[in-house]
Design a protein around this ligand. Structure first.
Ligand code: NAI
Ligand code: AKG
Length: 411
């Protein structure tokens, strides 16, 4: 039988992919003792084995928590993505298992934006080729094809948190900024919205991609889009690997149709440091390749470690799901009663009635109750004035209600 309540010292936290020590400190300071920290990602059977025992799993972008892994993770209470993107997790499936997913929507934004600006300058100056030539013992002192960023146009595809920061920094360099987004956005400074992706591609000297991985963004920079870019323009992708068709990009770089590209993310990335990296772009002097380090600064990682750990702790300790991804969001005060009952269930008529009848039949008095639903899932939190044993019994009774996905009891 799955337990509905645990002392902190028994909660297993699995942190993969070199999550910052600030996260470990946050869990330790809160009284958590079983913290398994690993430097790399896990896959296949190894991941399933590790996930089976974990109550909380923390990952970055390389570990894929798909339906198969989530089904095996029967004890799982919450997932933390210590990054922005959550496409590596089947968040809809997690929700249907009653497991919220938390991320850090802003903590590495500035780091990505700074890298993109640096890359824009390097590409406009044709530095990648010159750098590679020097390593081969060649000396190419030439101004041909090298340009200042000042006065050039940067086209930002996806004007969200990162895109807007890139726009702010680019304007500080004296660049013209154009963006394309599927949502209507407030343009910061003198930034201009393009009429669509095509206009942006035709006008920009630097095209930089800042969209999430979705069905619509998969392959959005294919051969046709790259062909629309200006002769000698450059492309930067620090979003997700499958947004760009790398074969088409390779062709455009080899032929010199576009002058250069900086790519930080790849459709398939190695599982960890030391694992072999392969890409159609390897070996091209005008391709500046980085190993998915857009958000990898000490500032960003420390901030992310604290932010996501705090969200996980609030959910684990209080039940709060504020800023959870694809999960009903409930903001809760600290426990006001002896016992807090957390109930995640299928969103169908009669659930609240059934919950309250179950609680009512124990003669427990309800001090406070909170309810939120999202799509197919509902989340009800009830503070009741009952002692520990009665609270545990209530948690067990609620767990047996048809439609229950998760039941937890906090004291
Ligand atoms: N290289 C790295 O280390 C990092 C990469 N990322 C990636 O960058 C992405 C963007 O991050 P944020 O700016 O924080 O996300 P965000 O959600 O704030 O912004 C994304 C923007 O893209 C727009 N968008 C979505 N679909 C679009 C489409 N088909 N066409 C045009 N615009 C579209 C959205 O409306 C939104 O404004 C993340 O989803 C993540 O995949 C994020 C952090 C670090
Ligand atoms: O730093 C990481 O592990 C992933 C960064 C990233 O791509 C994100 O935050 O979405």
């Amino acid at each position: 039988m799955l337990k509905t309540s645990f002392p902190r010292s028994e909660i297993s936290v699995l942190l993969l992919e070199g999550i910052a020590p600030s996260a470990v400190d946050a869990f330790r300071d809160a009284g958590y003792e079983r913290i398994d920290v690993r430097s790399g990602a896990l896959t296949g059977g190894e991941l399933i084995e590790a996930a089976r025992e974990a109550h909380i799993i923390g990952i970055r972008s390389r570990t894929h928590l798909d339906a198969e892994v989530l089904k095996a993770a029967r004890k799982l209470v919450a997932i933390g993505c210590f990054c922005i993107g959550t496409n590596q997790v089947d968040t809809a499936f997690a929700r249907r298992r009653g497991v919220p997913v938390f991320n850090a929507p802003y903590s590495n934004t500035r780091s990505v934006a700074e890298l993109v600006i640096a890359e824009a300058i390097l590409l406009l100056r044709r530095i990648p080729e010159k750098h590679m030539a020097c390593h081969r013992g060649d000396w190419i002192k030439s101004a041909t094809g090298s340009h200042e960023a000042r006065g050039k146009t940067i086209g930002i595809v996806g004007y969200g948190h990162i895109g807007t920061q890139v726009g702010v920094l680019a304007e500080m360099l004296g660049m013209r900024v154009l963006y394309h987004d599927i949502e209507s956005k407030l343009s910061l400074g003198n930034v201009e919205a393009s009429t669509g992706l095509n206009e942006l591609l035709e006008r920009a000297d630097v095209v930089t991609l800042h969209v999430p991985a979705t069905r619509e963004t998969e392959g959005m920079m294919g051969a046709a889009e790259i062909a629309r870019m200006r002769d000698g323009a450059v492309l930067i992708n620090a979003s997700r690997g499958n947004v760009v068709d790398l074969e088409a990009l390779r062709e455009a770089l080899v032929s010199g149709r576009i002058a250069g590209a900086a790519v930080d993310v790849f459709p398939v990335e190695p599982e960890g440091n030391g694992a072999r990296f392969e890409s159609p772009l390897v070996g091209l002097d005008n391709a500046l390749l980085t190993p998915h380090v857009g958000g990898s600064t000490e500032e960003a990682q420390n901030g992310i470690g604290r932010e996501v750990a705090e969200k996980l702790l609030r959910y684990s300790d209080d039940g709060s799901t504020l800023s959870a991804v694809d999960f009903p969001e409930v903001t809760l005060p600290r426990l006001s009663s002896d016992t807090r009952l957390l109930h995640v269930h299928e969103n169908r008529p009669g659930m609240l009635k059934a919950i309250n009848e179950t609680i009512g039949s124990s003669a427990a008095n309800i001090d406070a109750q909170y309810l939120r639903t999202l799509d197919d899932v509902g989340y009800v939190v009830t503070d009741v004035a009952v002692e520990r044993e009665a609270g545990l019994q209530l948690g067990e009774d609620l767990r047996k209600l048809p439609g229950t996905l998760r039941s937890r009891v906090l004291f």
